[in-house]
Design a protein around this ligand. Sequence first.
Ligand code: OXD
Ligand code: MN
Length: 592
Amino acid sequence: MTKNKAVLEWVNEMAKLCKPDHVHWCDGSLEEKNQLEEEAFKTGELIKLNQEKLPGCVFHRTAINDVARTEDLTFICTPYQEDAGPTNNWMTPEDAYAKAGAIFDGSMKGRTMYVMPFSMGPIGSPFSKIGVQLTDSIYVVLNMRIMTRMGKTVFDHLGENEDFTKCLHSKADLDVKRRLILHFPEENTIWSVGSGYGGNALLGKKCLSLRIASYMARQEGWLAEHMLIMGVEDPTGYIEYIAAAFPSACGKTNLAMLIPPEGLKRKGYRIWTVGDDIAWMRIDSDGRLWAINPENGFFGVAPGTNSKTNPNAVEMVKKDTIYTNVVLKPDGTVWWEGGDGQAPEEGIDWQGRPWKPSLVDEKGEPIKGAHPNSRFTVPIMNCPTISNRVEYHHGVPITAIIFGGKRAQVAPLVYESFNWQHGVYVGATMASERTAAQFGTFGEIRRDPMAMLPFCGYNIGDYFRHWLEMGKRMQKPPKIFHVNWFRLDEKDKFLWPGYGENLRVIEWIIERCKGNREAVETPIGYLPQPASLDMTGLDLSPETLEAVLSVNIPQWQEEVKSQGEFLDTIGSRLPVELRQEYEALAGRIGLQ
Ligand code: OXD
Ligand code: MN
């Protein structure tokens, strides 16, 4: 399939280590997919779903101890610890190769090693990166086939070039004590062993497109970010694109494909989805930031996905979808908590046990049928709102960058940073918390800079420096905003309805970028006047709107103190500009 010497030598070397019975070179064809599915049906690795109701859909259960990313077993492997920085687990490459090598040794005996050439980004685009993943999991092959552009054409494009990411993966024995997710940014290599969970095993996703790509991006002068990309078509037909970073499971998939609420739909607004998880952004000759989505599918969280929260997702997972760890119904369809319809009277839960909704555990709590991190993997083209720009080699121009987290208190619905440098500070100090109960216990808040805490492949201080430098190189940098859909009232009820209604905030953001909307200057940034948000058709009292837009100074004083403590943990590579932004904010908020 390829004559590329570097590929052939490396595949041989890895095969010698893992000792598979067979090596299969994936061409990415439909016949190959069908054949792999048949094989997996036989072994039980996959279950065929009801093909009348869910054509092309299959079902998979992971091992019970293998249901999420394992951040504590994820390492950046560089000769010097300082280069991995304070937010990453670190190992020397020697130690890492030795430890994982011992687990990979013979791990594929009795199995087939699949060789998958894949492109992150449209094949042939100068924005794209090529990887080759070796794996002993059919489930992983079928997922990668959806999530990336995978197959022989990628080898044709690679030719004799040695510039590809070497991705080695083996389920091995799925023993959590023998699980390691290792990144070697200086060698453009990923080794992942002992897990079959998507975030650990689909190496094109978090491992390549964020950890390795963020390292490359710094070297090459671009940005690899944990961001959705969406187009907002205004009533004149003009489309503005925004990129938004939220920590995992904060609703990026829902936002990326939202349906406009009635008032805005009538005005003529439409949303176009470019990506729901990762953005690669470069400065083009027009001085603007342009973004592509390197992925080719969605690996979305199932629970909570329903016709109200995400009607487009409900539509897109009706065909050609791989479901993982949801409830299997007797009629060969699936269900999950927070999904459409009643819970089935009976079914099989994500662990393969008989299940019914009335089951409770020792504490009397309901036993969930689907795992809270159960997933659907679906081709990007299934999305009813998919942008026709997803195959554009240059992607889309970004007008606004949005940072957000789940904040029960403190952060107002939206605010705009004063300038790029302040915006970088806002992103660098963003955080997520779950409930009002956590407010006041600042230890409970996880700072998650630019939502990249688990994904930045190098020293986070250098990453902040890189963001600052990128801003200087752009003639027309995007404006940077912060949003919070999750603010609670005293009774722990959400102040803002969220979901489709979030477009009201996004409209304000876009209008601000065009210089068309009013704002009030506050110590933390520019906020909308209540009247400048279009609330047509939304029944929200003026008091509630005021509450969700309020800046509570005593709370902000605590918040800024906590931000300062976080900056202290970054160490000597923290850019002085961010310290200055802290001082300035502390002054404005009355802390000094
Ligand atoms: C995540 C994901 O964990 O996208 O962020 O799966
Ligand atoms: Mn993510």
